[in-house]
Ligand binder design. Structure first.
Ligand SMILES: *[C@@H]1O[C@H](CO)[C@@H](O)[C@H](O)[C@H]1NC(C)=O
Ligand SMILES: *[C@@H]1O[C@H](CO)[C@@H](O)[C@H](O)[C@H]1NC(C)=O
Ligand SMILES: *[C@@H]1O[C@H](CO)[C@@H](O)[C@H](O)[C@H]1NC(C)=O
Ligand SMILES: *[C@@H]1O[C@H](CO)[C@@H](O)[C@H](O)[C@H]1NC(C)=O
Ligand SMILES: *[C@@H]1O[C@H](CO)[C@@H](O)[C@H](O)[C@H]1NC(C)=O
Length: 289
């Protein structure tokens, strides 16, 4: 009972945070309706926010290799990592938002074999959850784009990264989304002379006075027409004046689907259903009050 009350209190406070309009001021992003983008997760190391990630299947979370394997491709302990899924939900009356949070253990890590720490080429890794997530309206994998986003196209970046370079919080309490524009690799190389921009990458630039990538956003998705066209690879600049470098996901469709196939076995996870059940119970408790 005490535990339920604690969760209930959490849901209350979370929903209050969500309903505030104070998020637009920082790094230009705005809060995204998590129910629509619930494939974007927080990747944690020893319980601490590390970067963002995205469900590509019920069991596999795609993220940046330089985030989870900064020094070598092997030797990381999967047990040190976990994935936090935060989903927003409406109550039965369809009005009030609540934030459901579930944390899932990781049983294996896959770092792309061609990941190059110097150039950040092939900057992809997959965190394999211990069990499959129950498919639900609140958590569903992203669709991987078949084609590249063209140059000068409008795309969306999403992430749980810092709201401000000097923010005391390591991550944003609400998922952030911002519209950015793709630029050609040639243009990007000119603007980022210090940084390798390989053919497996593409760059985006912020719109004037709009959002840009900051620490913690790496591993987050770049969506073109609703599909996963990129993955944020570099989030250290945290500047509106520099292009942001992303993994060109179209080059890695085969590797991603091979990893998903390799890890598609396992029991379906009851955790989310349990959370939903608790949530339903709480909602009914609340209505009875
Ligand atoms: C690889 O990295 C992990 C943690 O990042 C570290 O604990 C391990 O010692 C490293 N292994 C080698 C061979 O450098
Ligand atoms: C990873 O896990 C090992 C063993 O549990 C632990 O000794 C180590 O400190 C952890 N590393 C990090 C970076 O949390
Ligand atoms: C990694 O990238 C650096 C810089 O581009 C390059 O010099 C090096 O040869 C690459 N390493 C491998 C193994 O491809
Ligand atoms: C994109 O914009 C640049 C400069 O604004 C322009 O030179 C280029 O031709 C455009 N590319 C496409 C594919 O529209
Ligand atoms: C955008 O996606 C929709 C459905 O996902 C598809 O029907 C449409 O053709 C796509 N548009 C472009 C410009 O790719």
């Amino acid at each position: 009972m005490g535990r339920y009350l604690a969760i209930f209190a959490l849901l209350c406070c979370a929903s209050r945070v969500l309903s505030q309009d104070g998020d637009t001021r920082i790094v230009g992003g705005i809060s995204a309706p998590i129910s629509r983008y619930s494939f974007v997760v927080q990747v944690l190391q020893s319980g601490q926010m590390l970067c963002s990630g995205v469900f590509v299947s019920r069991r596999c979370v795609l993220t940046s290799a330089n985030c989870i394997a900064p020094t070598n491709n092997t030797g990381q302990n999967p047990e040190n990592f976990s994935v936090r899924v935060r989903t927003e939900s409406l109550n039965e009356a369809g009005t009030e938002h609540a934030l459901l949070t579930t944390e899932h253990a990781v049983s294996a890590l896959e770092v792309h074999p061609n990941f190059n720490r110097t150039s950040l080429d092939s900057d992809l890794a997959i965190l394999v959850l211990t069990r499959n997530l129950t498919p639900s309206l609140l958590v569903s994998p992203v669709e991987v784009a078949l084609n590249d986003a063209p140059d000068n196209a409008s795309v969306a970046i999403l992430g749980w990264g810092r709201l401000h370079p000097n923010s005391p919080e390591a991550f944003s309490p609400t998922l952030q989304i911002a519209e950015v524009t793709t630029i050609s690799r040639e243009q990007c190389r000119t603007r980022l002379p210090q940084q390798p921009v390989t053919d497996n990458m593409f760059c985006t630039v912020p719109l004037i006075y709009q959002g840009y990538v900051c620490a913690g956003d790496k591993g987050g998705p770049v969506l073109h027409n609703g599909s996963l066209a990129g993955l944020v690879s570099v989030d250290e600049h945290c500047s509106p004046n520099l292009p942001s470098v992303n993994v060109r996901v179209s080059q890695f469709r085969t590797w991603i689907s091979d990893m998903v196939k390799k890890h598609n076995s396992g029991h379906t996870l009851g955790g989310l259903s349990a959370t939903l059940l608790i949530f339903t119970l709480l909602t009914s408790v609340k209505l009875n009050l």
